[in-house]
Write a protein that binds this ligand. Sequence first.
Ligand code: FES
Length: 110
Amino acid sequence: MTWIAIGHIEDIPVRGARCVKTPEGKIAVFRTAENEVFAIDDHCPHKGGPLSEGIVHGKAVTCPLHNWVISLESGQALGADEGAVRTIPVRNEDGTLSISLERAVLAAAE
Ligand code: FES
């Protein structure tokens, strides 16, 4: 598994996100109010809205375009909406964050 350093948790606002550009596309990295970090594709399963610009609440994000709510843990759309985005493993070592692109490649191929 290949871990790619993407910066420090303090680079991400609390209840906010950063968009990380990778060879596999844009990945949205979120920081919750509890300082948990999640990474999912920055591409809403509805019509591709930029989830990194959405509003974080609990362990979910509301898409800025049409308000779908996406779980940061599972990548699944919540409520009545159906769809999912890829989740990407994140490692937090004393605030230094890394994401695993190798796993992401495998997950995308499944
Ligand atoms: S593109 Fe995200 S809710 Fe429509």
